[in-house]
Each structure stands twice: as structure tokens, then as C-alpha cells.
Design a protein around this ligand. Structure first.
Ligand code: URA
Length: 264
């Protein structure tokens, strides 16, 4: 199926109304105070300098307290779902209404990985049900797929970060075994990382998305691509065309994987 740019924009729900994702005001990040100590030469004739009290060290940002989780490598879906529902590995469990494991076809071609549940997802227990989810559904429709049919949708973290803040690296690391187990059970043919947090969680790369997109990555032999998060696309119209290019690239990789070229 080849869509004109206009058709694609309509398919992706880009026109005519732009709705920003609901975000709660979040507290601005607190920068760690840096204390600079200058070396001073003593003034002649002056009273001997009394060694000043050493300045207190800047306090490190509060660490994310992590509790170990029991291994998930051998769990099937019901056990994995139970363990995620009960998970208390990091502080995100304290304010969640429920953990959000993921949704979709358990034998998918596509796996989309986002950041973490927002307010609506936290209530409904399903990923991407808010405005960003509507755009994601439109992106799927443009690819001729639908939520639940050949596609599974998951997140880097399973519990809502308060105020929809970006999950901390430690929170993503704590949740990573669940995502790894999901990928092992799903065996998707293509993985699409939506936005920086998913890239950080899976690729461990902090480069800009502009630098990372358009390339083929692999996770356990599964081809993987990087694109913009739908919530970002809701605010950045010009990048939707780039996201569409990324999806077409992913679809090519999926098709190549399904029918690899003969070596002669
Ligand atoms: N954003 C995400 O990354 N995931 C969701 O489930 C919802 C919004």
C-alpha cells in the first residue's frame, strides 16, 4: 500500500485539530549545588589563617530505592502479569493505581515500546489510551494494523511516574527484566522504540532521536528501529513525516525478515 503524504497525514490523525497530551505541572528539576573552593595566598602580617571548616559536600540527588525482584526468566504470561501487578521494586509502585503490563496480540509481528503509563493508562490498565494513544492508533492504521492484531504495545516502565515525569534510569532498570521477558515471550519480528525513554531503556543510548533514527538496531536478533514518541509528535507537526518514514523503514525490515533475499 502506498499512501500519498496527505493520505498519511489524515491516517495518522494529524489534521485538522491538534490536541496536546494532558500533563500535570511537574516540579522543575532541582540542580545539585556546586561549591567552588578557591585557593587563597595568605596576606603578609595577617593572623594565621584558621583552616576553614570543610564545606559540606553537595548532597547527591535522592537515590531511587530498589528492591530486588524474583527472577522472571521462566515465567509464562499469567505469572508475569501477577508479578508485575504486585511489583514493589521501585518507588513508582507507591502512587500507581495499577501496573500496566501491555496490550495486544501475543504472537505479534510488531512490538511498540513507549515510556510509561500516564494518568489515563493508570486508571484503565492499558497502555496508550490517551491522546498519544489515539495518534499511535492512527499510525498503526496507516500501516494497516490495529491494536490487538499483529501488534503488541508495552512500556519501558509499568507504573505511572508521578506527574507524568520521565522515568528515572534506575526505575527503567528495575523494570527492564519484565520488558525483556515480554520480548522473549512475544518474539516480535520488529521492535519500534517510541521516544527517548524507550531508547534509553532498551538501547542504553542517550543520543538525540534525530541522530538515532533511520538506522537498524537489533535486540536478540530482532530488528529494531527508533522513532519519535506520539506525545512529542502531537506537539511537533513537522516530525510526523519523519515518524512516518521510520515506520515505513520498520515495515521494510519486517518484510525483509519475512522473506530474506536468496543469496544467489
Ligand atoms: N505514553 C507512553 O509512553 N505510554 C503510555 O502508555 C501512554 C503514554
Amino acid at each position: 500500500m502506498s499512501l500519498s503524504r496527505e493520505q498519511m497525514l489524515v491516517e495518522m490523525g494529524i489534521t485538522p485539530i491538534w490536541v496536546l497530551r494532558d500533563t500535570e505541572p511537574s516540579t522543575p528539576p532541582v540542580e545539585a549545588a556546586v561549591v567552588e573552593v578557591e585557593a587563597c595566598a595568605p596576606v603578609p602580617g595577617a593572623a594565621p589563617a584558621i583552616a576553614p571548616e570543610p564545606a559540606p559536600l553537595p548532597r547527591p540527588a535522592p537515590a531511587v530505592a530498589l528492591r530486588p525482584i524474583s527472577p522472571v526468566n521462566n515465567l509464562g504470561w499469567p505469572e508475569l502479569a501477577n508479578q508485575v501487578a504486585e511489583c514493589r521494586a521501585c518507588q513508582l509502585c507507591e502512587q500507581r493505581k495499577q501496573a500496566v503490563l501491555g496490550v495486544g496480540d501475543l504472537n505479534p509481528d510488531w512490538l511498540f515500546i513507549g515510556e510509561g503509563p500516564g494518568a489515563e493508562e493508570d486508571v484503565k490498565g492499558e497502555p496508550f489510551v490517551g491522546q498519544a494513544g489515539k495518534l499511535l492508533d492512527a499510525m498503526l492504521a496507516a500501516l494497516d494494523i490495529a491494536r490487538g492484531d499483529r501488534v503488541y504495545i508495552a512500556n519501558a516502565v509499568k507504573c505511572r511516574p508521578p506527574g507524568n515525569r520521565t522515568p528515572e534510569a534506575a526505575e527503567m532498570a528495575a523494570c527492564r527484566p519484565y520488558l525483556e521477558r515480554q520480548i522473549a515471550l512475544l518474539k516480535p519480528k520488529i521492535i519500534v522504540l517510541l521516544g527517548k525513554a524507550a531508547v534509553h531503556a532498551v538501547l542504553h543510548d542517550d543520543k538525540s532521536l534525530a541522530t538515532l533514527r533511520g538506522k537498524r538496531y537489533e535486540y536478540a536478533g530482532i530488528p529494531m528501529v527508533v522513532t519519535y514518541h506520539p506525545a512529542y509528535l502531537l506537539r511537533n507537526l513537522p516530525d510526523k513525516a519523519k515518524a512516518w518514514e521510520d515506520l515505513l523503514f520498520a515495515r521494510r525490515l519486517l518484510r525483509d525478515a519475512a522473506s530474506p533475499e536468496l543469496p544467489f
